[in-house]
Design a protein around this ligand. Sequence first.
Ligand code: G3P
Length: 413
Amino acid sequence: AEKTTLTFWHAMGGTNGEVLQQIVDDFNASQDEIEVKAEYQGTYDDTITKLKAAMQSDSGLPDVCQMYDVGTKFMSDSGAVIPVEDKFESTGYDKSSVMEVISSYYTVNGKQYAMPFNVSTPMLYYNKDVFEAAGLDPETPPTTYDEVLEDAKKIVESGAAPVGYSQAIYGWFFEQQLAGLGVTYGNNDNGRKEAVTAVDFDSNGGGLKVFDMWKKLYDSGYFEDYGTTTADTQTAFFSGQVGMIIESTAILKNAVDSSPFEVGTGYLPRIEQNDEGGVIIGGGSLWLTDTGNEANEDAAWKFIEYITTPDVQAKWSMGTGYFAINEKAYETEDMKAYLKENPNFETAINQLKDSPVNCNTAGVLSGVQTEARLTFNEIMPQVYDGKLTTQDAVDQLAASVNKAIENYNESIK
Ligand SMILES: O=P(O)(O)OC[C@H](O)CO
C-alpha cells in the first residue's frame, strides 16, 4: 500500500528540535505505512501566526500542529481542529496514560481537545559555583523573592558574579506569579467555568503585587534586565554572569550542557507563600487539524498516540528537560537511572505535584493571550525605567487586555 505522508508543524528549535526530529525518525522507522514530515515554524508566536494564516486561506494546513498552552482557546474555537478525545473511543486509547492534572489543561467544555506533549513549569536555575563563592549553601536555593534578594545581594557584594538575579520580560512569568499568589488572571475562574470576559489581576490585587516585587528587584541593583528575548537571559546565565534566573524546565538539558559550572534548580520563588498558590502547566500540545482527509487523520492520531508512550516520553524528558506526561515513563529503567544521576530533571514535576489543583493553577483560558503578552512586553520596560508606576502598569495592561477580550468574544459569536 502507498504510504500516508503527514505534515507536522512544530516550534522546537535547538536541542529540543533535534530530540523531536529523532522521535519523528524513530516513528517513521517503526512502521512502513506512515511518513511524518516535521517542519520547524519558528517560535510559538510564529507558529500560531502561520497557522491562523493557513486557516484563513483554508489551504496548507498541517495534519498535526504543535501549539503552546495559551493557544488552546483560539484552537478550540477555530472550528478547524478535531478534538483528540474523538479518537479515544474508536481506537481504544487509555485516557489515563496522561496525568489528569496535565490533560485537564487542554480540556475545554468537558472535552480533551489536544494531546499534551511538551509540558513544563517555570523554575529557578542557579549557579552552584557562584553560590559557593558567595558563601551561600549550594544545596539550598531561595524559595521566596525576599530570599532571592538577600542571596542576590551576597552574590554581587562578594564579587561571585556581577549580577545576582535576572529574568526575561515574559508574560508567562506574570501569569505564573499570579498563580503563585493564589489568584486568577481572568474572571469566571480563569475562563474555566465560562468564557473570560475581563481580567481579574487588577481587581484581585495580584497584578500590583507582582509588578511591585519586580520593580523592587530591578531597583535593588543586584538585577540586570536582558529584555524580552528569553535566550539573552539564558546566555547571560550560562556564561556565569548571573547567579540565578527563572526559566522553563524546557531549557534544562541545554542549560546543563551549555554551562561550564554546576547548575542547580529549585521551585519558582514565591512573592508570598499561599496555600492556594502553585504553578500552571506550560509548554505545548499536539493538535489534529480538520483537513477532511480521513486517512491522514487516522495516521496523525497514530503518531500522537506514539508520542505519549512511556519510552518516547522518557526519551523526550531526558533529552530536553520537559517532564513526562505519562507517569509510566518514570518507571522505565533508563529514566530511573538518569534521574539518579540528574535530579534536576525531577524538580519541575515535583513542583507540579506540590501545587494545588484549582482555578488559579489551571491557568487562564483566553483567546487573546498572544496579544496580551506582547502588550506586557511593552509595559514592563516602562515599569523598570520608572516611566510608569506599577499601578499605572496594571491599569494599562488590564485595559488593553480587556479590550482584546471584548473584541475576541465579539468575533466568535
Ligand atoms: O518554553 P516552554 O515550552 O516551557 O513554554 C513556556 C510557556 O508555557 C509558553 O506559553
